[in-house]
Design a protein around this ligand. Structure first.
Ligand code: AMP
Length: 177
């Protein structure tokens, strides 16, 4: 399967749900993609292939759909897995970054000892929209003294220009809308 046909298959397996979770948002539902075992595997393979060259020591996956892709990608890369969670979920000392969503505001937290200086962190999520979430993930990574290896997402809403908020980070997306 070449990368073009993978892109076509992914597009066919994204369900667009208008006005969810609020009016004016076209939600990209990845459930059909995840339910297709071969496609899910191919997508994680693609993420691993894109990320490998940046030599990550850790995968920082964003709650909650980033966890779905981040865990198998970390496993395949031989990297540690770190969940970036919504406020109040983590039991120990945390660092936090606030961010704006396409549909609201929120914050991400990670444990203070998640990774230390000198580590290389791959940021994984399902979708890049305005880039606020990924920016927050980059900010908490750098606050802990680690380096961002690269950012990998499955879907990108290009018209929201999320890339511009991430400066000169290397960002890979499989399908752009
Ligand atoms: P942003 O911070 O604007 O880049 O938003 C990205 C985050 O919000 C990701 O964790 C996505 O899962 C979620 N998200 C934002 N917009 C959408 C959308 N239209 N469909 C599905 N998820 C979205």
């Amino acid at each position: 399967m070449n990368s073009q046909s993978l892109r076509d298959l992914v597009r066919e397996h994204i369900r667009e749900v208008p006005d969810f979770p609020k009016p004016g948002i076209m939600f990209k539902d990845i459930s059909p993609l995840l339910a297709n075992d071969q496609l899910f595997e191919r997508v994680t393979d693609w993420m691993v292939e894109k990320a490998r060259g940046s030599h990550p020591t850790h995968v920082l996956a964003i709650e909650s759909r980033g966890f779905i892709f981040g865990a198998p990608v970390a496993h395949r890369l031989g990297a540690g897995f770190v969940p970036a969670r919504k406020p109040g979920k983590l039991p120990w000392k945390t660092v936090r970054a606030e961010y704006e969503l396409e549909y609201g505001t929120d914050a991400l937290e990670i444990h203070q000892d998640a990774f230390g200086p000198g580590k290389r962190v791959l940021i994984v999520d399902d979708l890049l929209a305005t880039g606020g979430t990924a920016r927050a993930a980059c900010d908490i990574t750098e606050e802990l003294g680690a380096t961002i290896a690269s950012v990998v997402v499955v879907l990108e809403l290009g018209f929201l220009k999320g890339r511009e908020r991430l400066g000169n980070q290397t960002i890979h997306s499989l399908v752009e809308f």
